[in-house]
Design a protein around this ligand. Structure first.
Ligand SMILES: NC(=O)c1ccc[n+]([C@@H]2O[C@H](COP(=O)([O-])OP(=O)(O)OC[C@H]3O[C@@H](n4cnc5c(N)ncnc54)[C@H](O)[C@@H]3O)[C@@H](O)[C@H]2O)c1
Ligand SMILES: O=c1ccn([C@@H]2O[C@H](COP(=O)(O)OP(=O)(O)O[C@H]3O[C@H](CO)[C@@H](O)[C@H](O)[C@H]3O)[C@@H](O)[C@H]2O)c(=O)[nH]1
Length: 369
C-alpha cells in the first residue's frame, strides 16, 4: 500500500488496522516490521497521501476501492486443522466493510490476502448478506500479492507481473480495468495480467506451491549429492542454465520456512482433499514431507558428525529468521532444527542480527541462554 501511495501521489491511501498498537507504530519511525527501504517510502508519503488509522467506519465509507490484506493463518484445531486456512480475520474484515459502507455508493473490494480459490464467492455472500438497510453495490476482484519479505519494495516497484481477476460481467470488467489503470502507471502494460477471478485466486497459491516444489526438489538432489560426492551447487548451476528451467529458487539448504510456502502448499492439499482429488493432494503433500525430512536429515548429520552425541555440547546457530533481511521467524526452518538439537541435549547459542533473543526463544520455545 505504501508503494501504491508512492507511485500514485494523487491517490489517497489509508491503511485501516484493528490493532491500535500497529497503527501507532506505522505513524512513528519505528515501523512494526523491518523491510529494507520501507521506512523511506513511508516517510516520503505519510501525511501527504498515505495515512494509517483505526477509524474503519469513516475510512471504508469514503473509499472507492478497498483492499483486504488481513492475515489468513492455518487452522490450528477443528476441521482441516494444520492445513486449511482460518477465515476469522477475513470474515471479520468483510463484516466490517459491510457495516461501514451501509447505503454508500458502489465499491470495489480487492482481495490481496492469499486465499483459497472461490473465496471471492464467499466474500460476496458475506458483504451482501450483512447489509440490512440500503444495499451498497460491491464488486469483488482478486489482486494477489507476490512480494517476498526482504525484497518487498523492489518486488512492488518492479513486479514480474500483477494479476487482477474479476467476474465475467460488465461491472467485473470495469472494476478490473480501474485497478489495472492504477498499476499501469508504473508497471509495463504487458505485465499487468487480467483474467478470470478463480484463475487469479488459484494462480497465487499455485505459484507458491511451484516455488516450494523447486526447493524440495533441489534439497532432495542435495541429499543424493552428499552420498555420491557430487556438489549440489554445481548440479544446481548445471540445471539452472537450461533456459526452460532457469536458475532461481534452486538453492539447496536446510528446508524452506516462512509464513507462506508451507502454509500455501498445505492449503492446496486441503482443497484437493475437499474436492475429492486425493492423488493430487498426496503429490503436493510430498513437497512438505520432503521439507520436513531435509530438516531432520540436517539434525542427524550434525549429530553423526560430532561422534553421535551432542549432549552437553555448545553449538552456535547463526541466523534464526526464515531468510535474510527479515525479522520474521514464522515457520523458520531454524525452529525445527534447534528443537531437534535440543532434544539430543545440545546447548545452543543462537545469533541473528535482526531477531532479538525473546523472539528466538519464543519461536522455538527454547529456554533462555
Ligand atoms: N507478508 C508478506 O510478505 C506477504 C506477501 C504476499 C501475500 N501475503 C498475504 O497477505 C496477507 C496478510 O499477510 P501479512 O504477513 O501482512 O499478515 P500480518 O499478520 O502481518 O498483518 C495482518 C494485519 O491485519 C490486521 N487485521 C486483522 N483483522 C483485521 C480486520 N478485521 N480489520 C482490519 N485489520 C485487521 C492485523 O491487525 C494485522 O496488522 C496473508 O494472506 C498473506 O498470505 C503476505
Ligand atoms: O532457492 C531457494 C530459495 C528460497 N529458499 C527458502 O525458501 C523460503 C521462502 O523464501 P521466499 O519465497 O524468498 O520468501 P517469502 O517471503 O516466503 O516469499 C514467498 O511467499 C510470498 C507470500 O505468499 C510470495 O508473495 C512470494 O512470491 C514467495 O516467494 C526461505 O526460507 C528461503 O530461505 C531456499 O531454501 N532456496
Amino acid at each position: 500500500m505504501a508503494c501504491l501511495a508512492y507511485q500514485c501521489p494523487d491517490v489517497r491511501v489509508t491503511v485501516v488496522d484493528i490493532s491500535e498498537a500497529r497503527v501507532q507504530a506505522w505513524n512513528s519511525d519505528k515501523l512494526p516490521l523491518y523491510e529494507p527501504g520501507l521506512l523511506d517510502i513511508v516517510k516520503e508519503c505519510r501525511g501527504k497521501n498515505l495515512f494509517f488509522s483505526t477509524d474503519a467506519k469513516t475510512v471504508l465509507s469514503q473509499a472507492d476501492l478497498i483492499f483486504v490484506c488481513v492475515n489468513t493463518p492455518t487452522k490450528l484445531q477443528g476441521v482441516g486443522a494444520g492445513k486449511a486456512a482460518t477465515f476469522g480475520f477475513w470474515e471479520a474484515a468483510a463484516r466490517l466493510i459491510a457495516a461501514s459502507c451501509q447505503g454508500c455508493g458502489p465499491k470495489i473490494v480487492a482481495e490481496k490476502s492469499t486465499v483459497p480459490v472461490k473465496t471471492a464467492q464467499a466474500m460476496s455472500r458475506v458483504l451482501s448478506g450483512c447489509q440490512d438497510g440500503a444495499k451498497t453495490q460491491f464488486e469483488i476482484i482478486s489482486n494477489p500479492e507476490f512480494m517476498s519479505a526482504g525484497t518487498a519494495i523492489q518486488d512492488c516497484l518492479k513486479p514480474d507481473r500483477v494479476l487482477i481477476g474479476g467476474a465475467d460481467t460488465q461491472e467485473g470488467h470495469a472494476a478490473v480495468e480501474s485497478l489495472a489503470r492504477l498499476y499501469r502507471r508504473w508497471v509495463p502494460a504487458e505485465r499487468v495480467l487480467t483474467m478470470n477471478l478463480w484463475s487469479t485466486e488459484l494462480a497465487k497459491m499455485a505459484a507458491n506451491a511451484f516455488l516450494a516444489q523447486r526447493i524440495s526438489s533441489i534439497n532432495a538432489i542435495s541429499a543424493l549429492c552428499e552420498e555420491t560426492g557430487a556438489d549440489v551447487q554445481q548440479v544446481s548451476h548445471a540445471i539452472g542454465t537450461d533456459s526452460r528451467i532457469g536458475p532461481r529458487f534452486l538453492m539447496a539448504g536446510c528446508g524452506f520456512g516462512g509464513p507462506a510456502l508451507q502454509k500455501h502448499v498445505l492449503n492446496l492439499v486441503y482443497i484437493c482433499e475437499s474436492l475429492g482429488l486425493p492423488a493430487i493432494a498426496q503429490y503436493w503433500q510430498h513437497v512438505v514431507d520432503m521439507n520436513d525430512w531435509i530438516k531432520g536429515r540436517f539434525v542427524r548429520r550434525v549429530i553423526s558428525s560430532m561422534f553421535n552425541t551432542i549432549k552437553g555440547k555448545r553449538i552456535a546457530v547463526l541466523g534464526f529468521a526464515y531468510k535474510a533481511h527479515t525479522t520474521d521467524t514464522r515457520d523458520t526452518a531454524a525452529i525445527d532444527i534447534c528443537r531437534g538439537l535440543l532434544l539430543d541435549g545440545a546447548h545452543l547459542a543462537v545469533y541473528d542480527p535482526k531477531v532479538g533473543p525473546g523472539r528466538a526463544q519464543g519461536g522455538a520455545r527454547l529456554g533462555p541462554g
